[in-house]
Design a protein. Structure first.
Length: 132
């Protein structure tokens, strides 16, 4: 529970795992205003945590912060260039802003790397991509 995780953090504030679990708990409860600073603290301790960057992006999307989402997913993609989660998140952030274009390089990259991933096919269809 949240109280136990907060006690763990108080005991060892440099341990990243309690921040991760607390941020996930907060996000599951739709408390993104709390989850985002919690996951950011984790990223201060473990800046190469790809899952945490993806989770920050998801939390940002769910709290209508597409710019933060794009930044988080871009950082995740830097750490893992063929990261389907990061590509999908970046595309969803653009979609949220109404900025989806059929010739978007990230969309084209995703369609090439993950041809069987229906998420990218759906975005391509929505954006009118002519990719084959």
């Amino acid at each position: 529970d949240a109280a136990a995780l907060k006690r763990s953090i108080a005991i060892d504030p440099k341990a990243p795992l309690p921040y991760y679990h607390l941020s996930i708990l907060q996000a599951r409860q739709n408390r993104f205003g709390e989850a985002i600073p919690t996951i950011r603290k984790l990223l201060e301790l473990d800046p190469e945590n790809i899952g945490a960057w993806n989770n920050l992006g998801m939390m940002a999307l769910n709290s209508s912060q597409p710019e933060l989402a794009k930044e988080a997913y871009a950082q995740s993609e830097k750490l893992a260039p063929d990261n389907a989660g990061a590509l999908f998140g970046k595309l969803m952030a653009l979609d949220m802003q109404g900025k989806g274009k059929p010739d978007n390089p990230d969309l084209q990259k995703a369609l090439k790397l993950f041809p069987d991933d229906a998420r990218f096919e759906q975005i391509a269809e929505r954006w009118g991509s002519a990719y084959k």
